[in-house]
Design a protein around this ligand. Sequence first.
Ligand code: URA
Length: 223
Amino acid sequence: MERILTPSEIRERLKVLASQAAECTACRLHEGRTQAVFADGSAEADLMLIGEGPGNHEDRQGLPFVGRAGQLLDRLLGQVGLERHQVYIANVVKCRPPNNRDPRPDEIEACKHFLVDQLRLIDPKVVMTMGNFATKLLLKTSVGITRTRGQVYPWWGRVVVPTFHPAAALRSGPAMEDLIRSDLELAVQTIQEQRAADPQPEPLSDIGEALQEEVAGQLGLFE
Ligand code: URA
């Protein structure tokens, strides 16, 4: 069993993973990228947010959710008392799909080991999946986000709270923003409940290879 890592060891491992992603050529998406977009935020976050994949602004700046969808996300986080530096933000795929098309199953498959490692290292109390790609991947469901959102799903002793992708709210308007805000409130409330119920759950990072395989299996929606 691996011992519990210190925050600085976690940051160090994340740095190594980010440099591996920067060099990765495992799928065709590397051909069009300016740079890989690994993550932003705190390695000690209780809330990890997962989007779909970098867009144009993210590809240029090397950070997730820095375009219009990201500005909306920052605003909604602020409305529930959170700042970007307090959460951890990543995407299902780390390189920008051309013309912002959806990531393809083989691209998700090639990239998912990075997400598995991010989940294990961050070991958040709550994972918020934003949009269909992240939600279907983690919950291993074909049910769409409209029906999955607004609820909590037990996941490896942690909790997944799905919500709409902020880009969908930009297209759809304030009613969807209200729903994302309410899902964020649910995530914050769930974190508080998790803290009160079990302040020190067994860390994902301490469960070893078996869990890695199982998590990888759970993420294997498209296998
Ligand atoms: N949309 C995403 O899914 N991720 C980003 O980083 C930006 C936009």
